[in-house]
Design a protein around this ligand. Structure first.
Ligand code: DHB
Length: 392
């Protein structure tokens, strides 16, 4: 064991939330350490969602992380909702004068990891046996580093940015957690394919065979998703069946899905979860450690980044006054947006997915809902505002 070190803030988890927080704190003159069990390579090569709200893009650029998103990302001014074989464009620019950017989460991660390395940040990948003690009074983070050396760090504040299976969340006694969740009878089968894009923008398709989402990555690589059941056996989905289903679910109106070679497939679970106890003593939870959304609408990463923006505002003030109760402002401010995003993701999910029991009322209700959205600007404006991200 080496002698205990000191950092103002100890962050568990070097995903986008943990790294962005470390970067923002550094910009505000506060030092931190970030520990992560996975390797940088492992995080960088995992396929994750691809949509950034305009506010997330400004955060990357204005806070000096990187402007690569402006060069390699693609600005999208709308999406298409498809149902009953017809496409209907929702024009974000027209409706709310905003846009989103197609820029995958693993690229956001790479930009942040590069920025932290560039600015001399202390980020330790491939650590093991992470433990936090005394988070109510005088937190100590310990871990075994990639060289096998046990390390100990004393900190004023510990932040759990360690994802939906958070170790840090477990430090809050179950009796003190305020947890809310719901489950869905759906999952997505996600694929990456070597193929040209089928459309200039994303397509969210409702069909009587279930939901499909046509997204993109590059001019030669596409990302697509299909509604499947939560206990789906991926072995039952050979490539031909995937294409057949994607083509059938998006058919009509002369639309032609461009197919190709599938290079990756995986099943994504659906769950909505919020733990409103985002602060416990000197421990704070951010991103997926505190809440998850189903993937429809791509809010997960965006929400993690807005959590962190609030925290980077609250932590310096709490440290300056020495009053840890000031940290309560974090949950108070962050939960407003979290519940808006929970509500939006739930709504998009329920509007677009086929109920597994084939409920005829529900299918007609969904068409009524979709008509309500596409047939008037007032109907579309909520979708446009929520999708591009509420003003902060
Ligand atoms: C993507 C994922 C989403 O969940 C979504 O709503 C839109 C796009 C994507 O990975 O490209």
């Amino acid at each position: 064991m080496t002698a205990a070190q000191r950092r103002t803030v100890a962050i568990v988890g070097a995903g986008p939330a943990g790294l962005m927080l470390s970067h923002l704190l550094w910009r505000r003159g506060i030092d931190s350490i970030v520990v992560e069990e996975r390797s940088r390579h492992e995080i960088e090569t995992a396929n994750r969602a691809g949509i950034l709200e305009a506010g997330a893009v400004s955060m990357l650029v204005d806070e000096g992380v990187s402007d690569r998103v402006l060069r390699d990302g693609h600005e999208h001014d709308g999406i298409e909702l498809r149902f009953r074989g017809r496409g209907h464009r929702i024009d974000f620019r027209d409706l709310v004068d905003a846009a989103v950017w197609l820029y995958p989460q693993q690229d956001v991660f790479a930009d942040l990891a590069d920025a932290r390395a560039r600015d001399g940040g202390d980020v330790r990948f491939e650590v093991s046996e992470v433990a936090v003690v005394d988070h109510l009074t005088a937190p100590v983070l310990s871990f075994t580093d990639s060289e096998g050396e046990r390390q100990e760090v004393r900190a004023d504040i510990v932040v759990g940015a360690d994802g939906s299976r958070s170790y840090c969340r477990g430090l809050v006694p179950a009796s003190e957690r305020r947890e809310y969740f719901t489950t869905y009878p759906y999952a997505w089968l996600g694929i990456l394919a070597d193929a040209p894009p089928s459309a200039p923008e994303l397509i969210y398709a409702h069909s009587d065979r279930g939901f499909a989402l046509i997204s993109q990555r590059t001019p030669t690589v596409q990302r697509m998703y299909l509604q499947v059941s939560p206990d789906e056996d991926i072995a039952q989905w050979p490539d031909d069946r995937i294409w057949e289903e994607l083509v059938a679910r998006t058919a009509g109106d002369g639309f032609e899905l461009r197919t190709g070679t599938i290079t990756e497939k995986s099943v994504l679970p659906f769950r909505s979860y919020v733990d409103e106890t985002m602060r416990h003593g000197r421990l704070l939870l951010v991103g997926d450690a505190a809440h998850t959304v189903p993937p429809t609408g791509a809010k997960g990463l965006n929400l993690a980044l807005t959590d962190v923006a609030v925290l980077a505002d609250v932590i310096p003030r709490a440290l300056a006054t020495g009053d840890t109760d000031a940290l309560d402002e974090y949950a108070e401010r962050a939960l407003d947006r979290i519940w808006k995003a929970e509500s939006f993701s739930y709504w998009m999910t329920q509007m677009l997915h086929l109920s597994p029991d084939g409920d005829a009322f529900d299918a007609r209700r969904q068409i009524g809902e979709l008509r309500r959205i596409v047939s008037s600007d007032r109907g579309s404006a909520y979708l446009a505002e929520a999708y591009t991200g509420w003003p902060r």
